[in-house]
Design a protein around this ligand. Sequence first.
Ligand SMILES: Nc1nc2c(c(=O)[nH]1)N[C@@H](CN(C=O)c1ccc(C(=O)N[C@@H](CCC(=O)O)C(=O)O)cc1)CN2
Ligand SMILES: [Mg+2]
Length: 294
Amino acid sequence: MANILDGLKLSKQIKQEIKEEVAQYVNKSFRPPHLSAVLVGNNGASVTYVDNKIKDCHAVGFRSSLVKLPGNINENELLQEIKKLNEDKDLDGFIVQLPLPDHIDQEKIIMAIDPEKDVDGFHPQNFGKMALEMESFLPATPYGIMTMLKRYNVPTQGKNVVVIGRSRIVGRPMSILMSRKGYPGDATVTLTHSKTQNLQDFTKNADIVITALGVPNFLKGSMIKKGAVIIDVGITRIDDSTKERGFYLAGDVDYNDVSEKASWITPVPGGVGPMTRAMLLKNTLIAYKKNING
Ligand SMILES: Nc1nc2c(c(=O)[nH]1)N[C@@H](CN(C=O)c1ccc(C(=O)N[C@@H](CCC(=O)O)C(=O)O)cc1)CN2
Ligand SMILES: [Mg+2]
């Protein structure tokens, strides 16, 4: 039976560490860190994620602000909002919650964010620095996974890592981080995607599988090798009127089946998701310290 990589527990520890660090600054009469979130439209999951980001700020002593914009806002209007946030001297960092409505060019919006305030690490300047192993903001989900591997002392050097899904938020940056020098990293990485043939040939040979597909119960025990480490990034809402929220969350991994064979596994919920939230706070703290220390 696999050991659990408990992202919820670890995220609480990290939030506590952040809270204590913030308190030290505030006790020395510095202003608190300030994060802003831009929410366009009212996609149910996005509303929940942004609400949680605002709550997290409160919990660790950050200042937060929410820029709530209508789903029919046009691209230029949204760019104007980004410009205001870029120019706001009292703001350390901000995020634009994704996905954006289809009529808005996501790349154009991300490109407009000041890289120094890009605490999501999505701007090409931060992404390029990450690939070149320079200091930069790391995207919160991959950063959360790296932190989880590190804090649980999961070996990565020379390991075969298979990443499933090449999204800009998770799969592609994950593949880059795992291939970087040092720990956690130094792995031999295969980035698989929808055009990959015979995926099982890769997953069966992997020491670590990181799946970010959004297909519930996709990864079965028969697809992995014994003792593999399994990181499940997928979160799909499945309608179920018997549940309090009207749905339940399912990961990409057939948990009961896979945990029989794996050595370590992340649950959904309570695995990668809470770590994503904690790492956004961490990035904001990094941005803040740069601003405070000049
Ligand atoms: N601008 C961004 N947009 C999006 C990001 C991102 O990092 N930046 N990532 C995802 C969504 N996301 C954060 O925004 C996110 C997703 C899930 C969770 C999480 O805590 N999941 C929980 C369950 C939550 C629930 O009950 O609904 C878990 O897995 O335990 C946090 C953040 C896409 N967009
Ligand atoms: Mg994909």
